[in-house]
Every structure is written in C-alpha cells, then in structure tokens.
Design a protein around this ligand. Structure first.
Ligand code: ATP
Length: 451
C-alpha cells in the first residue's frame, strides 16, 4: 500500500499488525511524508529493491521473519538508509541486537507518538515547524480538581508579580504550560516568552547561546548574534531542566541575575537586560544542592516562589475531564466526530498511574483515536499496559521507563567517550553501535558537545 503526501521524503513501514501499520502511516503522512507499507520481511525486501527510501521503520517480529533481517539486509546491501526498529515493551535484548546490527534507534511499544515524531525528524533532518508568530496563545491548564485550582490561583498571583518562579513537578505535568500562563497573564504578555531546555545545549556553546556573541569572537562567528537573554528582553526567560546547567554556567547565570547585565562572548561591554526568570525541573534541586551539583546561591535566587504541579494521578476525576477535552480537540483537528469514551475506557483511565502525566494522556488519546472505530474509544484502544499500573509502588512513577533508559544510555555513552578520550568512532565500536547511531543518540540526549 502506498500513500502520497507533500515533501517528497519516502518512508517504508514494515509491520504485519494492520492497526499499528495504519497508526504509523497516519502519523507520518501528517508529517508530510510519503509512506509505503510492507506487511512482512519478504515484502519489505522487494520494496527496498524497487524504491529508494529515506527511512525504514520496522517491527521486530513478523510471521515470515525478524525485523533484524531487514536491518541486516540494508547494511549488507549498503543501502545507507536509516532504519529504526519497533520492539515489544520490555524486550531490550531485541533493541540492543538491532542497534548492533546497524539500526540507528528503537521505539518501544506501545508507541509514544511524540517519540516517533522526534525520531523521524532527527533521521530525516526535518526542520521544526516555525514558532507561532505574534503573542502566544493563552492556553489554559485544564482540570478542575482542588489540586489544579490551587495551581491556577497561584498562577494568577504570580502573574502580577515580577519575582522569579521555580516550578517543580513530574515530567509532562504541565510545568512549561504553567510558565507560559504566568507570562501570558502578566504585564510582560506582549513581550517574548523564550523557553530554553538547559539539558539540550552543548556545554561549549552555552555561554554564547545564553548571552550572545560578537562577530569574530570565535571561528565561524561571522556576525553578531543575540543570546536568549537578549531575545527575551522585556519578557520572560523560561529555564527548563535547570538542574542540568553545568556549574561553570551556573556562576555566569547567577552573575547575570544579580547584576541584571550580560556580556556577549567576545565583547568588552556589559549590556543591561530586563527579563523575568521562571525555571523548572523534574529533579529534586535541593538534593542537587546537597550533592554539590547545583550552587546554593543560584538555587535561592531562582527559588523565590515555588509552584508545584500535581501529578495527574493526584488530580482525581480530572483525568476523565481532561481526556474528554483533549479528545474533542484532537477529533476536531482531524476532522472527525468526537468519539465517546466507553465504560471500560473510563475505568482504565481512572486506574492507570500515568507516570508521563498529561503528556502521556495526550499521546494515549491520539493513538486511541487512530485505532478506534470512530464512534467510541474502548479500553483496548487505549492500550494502557497493565504492568505500568504498578509503577507507583515500583518507583516507576518518579522514573518513567524512557527517563530510566535515557539515564542508562547517557551513562554508557559518557563512559565510552571517557575511555576513548572522546573519540566517537572508537566509542561507537566499544558500545557496539554504528557511528551514525552514536551521533544520533548523543544529539537526542543533548550530549553533542560532551566529547
Ligand atoms: N493541565 C493541563 N492541561 C492541558 N494540557 C496539559 C496540562 N498539563 C500538561 N499539559 C500538556 O502536556 C504536555 C506536556 O506539558 P509541559 O511541556 O508543560 O510539561 P512539563 O512538565 O514542562 O514536561 P517536561 O518536564 O517533560 O518538560 C503539553 O502538550 C501540555 O500542553
């Protein structure tokens, strides 16, 4: 089966499960890609022999063979096509075998669509959609539980003040959304809101990214450039994952906050800056201070007022309320009628721990909408895996699987780079992955500047 879209990049999806293939296909088409689907290894080989693809996504287990064979085929024939595999939940061995055979990444089932999109964008070097022009839409924080009402009250108060705000909460609990709301409701609303993921900036570029640089400051600096501080002038600078700032940068940030001035790299003059700071992290920053990983003086500067985002599982019936609102929005976006939530789906939503909070709920619904027959969403469509119901007791609620895997991966890569003196080719060999796979992984984990 082949479907056409808009930007000329062609992806081969290999999956014998019709539902999953359809979900992948829909998601990729929405990204503007052309998609062919093969329902087994033999069909995939035939398609690869016939057509030039820019990316292959393959399931691991199919009736006529393993996804691994496709990875090996692409390597053997030197087709130079990035290939990613989709593995069953919990089968890390399969994922590792595929990476060793040349796959550049893997996705675990049930599929998280935002991870899929990140992977595809990265493999195809697709540009991010341009940022929305004009003032940011004042998107609300959904929910009506006492926990979220308290948050909303505090947001209104914080919007009226200029004090630094420090937002805590689990991943996906709406920290960035709350920060945007504080900005949008305050006196700086018509000025920029600049969000910075502190964990994603290579260490060697941090200073110039934050404070800008002058032409000639270093090789390649062929014109003056503004940093985040200048870009947020008069508005709000949102420092996400602030615990990931390296200590050297913490000193520079503290200075900028205290002096209300920044100096571009390569410049001798300081310029005044006026930004409101909001920072966030899902880590325990006080513990980072105790461990010596975060400066206490900066911690006090940032943590003037704390806003705690509640986890979705502590928001009672909000899970159903938010699910209905999100479903309505998604269905309208797709031009579908809004499906009902069947009783078994409601029960599944109420009993699941949602370690990934509202973000996970959004992904779950997006996937369910694609899988459902259109009239009602059932528990089956939601695919909330029962193992994860126990996450709360197993510590998983504080540590969703992806975070855990990322941490393991990050430690292994850093270790290999240290052992090889930063030589990526040797590090890739040591890790048993291809050079391209290592480069991709370092980009994804924000380690690109670490060697
Ligand atoms: N209360 C809410 N109402 C509506 N949408 C929400 C709510 N909370 C979170 N979201 C949505 O969930 C997704 C994740 O939210 P956001 O990025 O604000 O979370 P975060 O806590 O900053 O996550 P991370 O720690 O991973 O950066 C976004 O799409 C956001 O719009």
């Amino acid at each position: 089966m082949a479907r056409k879209a808009r930007n000329g990049r062609r992806v081969l999806v290999v999956d014998d499960e019709v539902d999953l293939a359809e979900l992948l296909e829909l998601t990729l088409i929405k990204m503007g890609l052309d998609v062919d689907t093969a329902h087994g290894v033999a069909e995939a080989r035939a398609a690869l022999a016939r057509t030039r693809y820019d990316l292959v996504l393959t399931d691991m287990r199919m009736p006529d063979g393993e996804g691994l064979e496709i990875v090996e085929y692409i390597e053997r024939e030197r087709l130079d096509i990035p290939v990613a595999v989709i593995t069953a939940y919990g089968s890390m061995q399969n994922a590792v075998a595929a990476l060793k055979a040349g796959a550049f990444d893997y996705l675990a089932k049930p599929l998280a669509l935002d991870q899929l999109r990140t992977l595809v964008k990265s493999a195809l070097n697709l540009e991010e959609a341009p940022a929305e022009a004009g003032p940011l839409p004042d998107r609300p924080l959904l929910g009506d539980s006492p926990a979220i009402r308290q948050v909303l009250e505090l947001v209104e108060k914080l919007a009226r003040s200029q004090a630094p705000v420090y937002i805590t909460g689990e991943s996906g609990s709406g920290k960035e959304r709350a920060a945007r709301l504080i900005h949008a409701r305050g006196s700086r609303a018509d000025k920029p809101f600049v969000a910075v993921n502190c964990g994603a900036i290579p260490e060697n570029l941090m200073e110039s990214e934050f404070f800008g640089y002058r032409k000639g400051a270093f090789t390649g600096a062929d014109q003056d450039r503004e940093g985040f501080f200048q870009a947020a002038a008069g508005g709000t600078l949102f420092l996400d994952e602030v615990a990931d700032l390296p200590l050297v940068m913490q000193v520079k940030l503290l200075r900028a906050i205290q002096e209300r001035k920044v100096r571009k790299v390569g410049s001798t003059v300081e310029e005044p800056v006026d930004v409101r700071l909001i920072s966030a992290t899902h880590q325990n920053l006080a513990r980072c201070v105790e461990d010596g990983r975060f400066r206490q003086d900066l911690y006090y500067r940032l943590n003037v007022i704390e806003l705690k985002m509640p986890p979705l599982r502590e928001m009672g019936e909000d899970v159903v309320l938010i699910a209905r609102q999100l479903l309505g929005r998604l269905a309208v976006q797709n031009g579908q009628t809004v499906p009902a939530l069947a009783d078994d789906a409601l029960a599944a939503l109420r009993s699941y721990a949602f370690p990934g909070n509202v973000r996970e709920l959004e992904n779950t619904l997006e996937r369910a909408l694609a899988l459902s027959d259109g009239s009602a969403i059932t528990a089956f469509d939601l695919q909330l895996s029962p193992q994860r119901l126990d996450d709360e007791t197993g510590g998983g609620a504080d540590c969703p699987l992806q975070d855990h895997l990322d941490r393991v991966e990050r430690a292994a890569i850093l270790d290999a780079l240290e052992k090889t003196g930063g030589n990526r080719t040797q590090a890739a060999k040591l890790l048993g992955v291809t050079f391209r796979s290592l480069r991709y992984r370092m980009d994804r984990l924000g380690l690109a500047g670490k060697d």
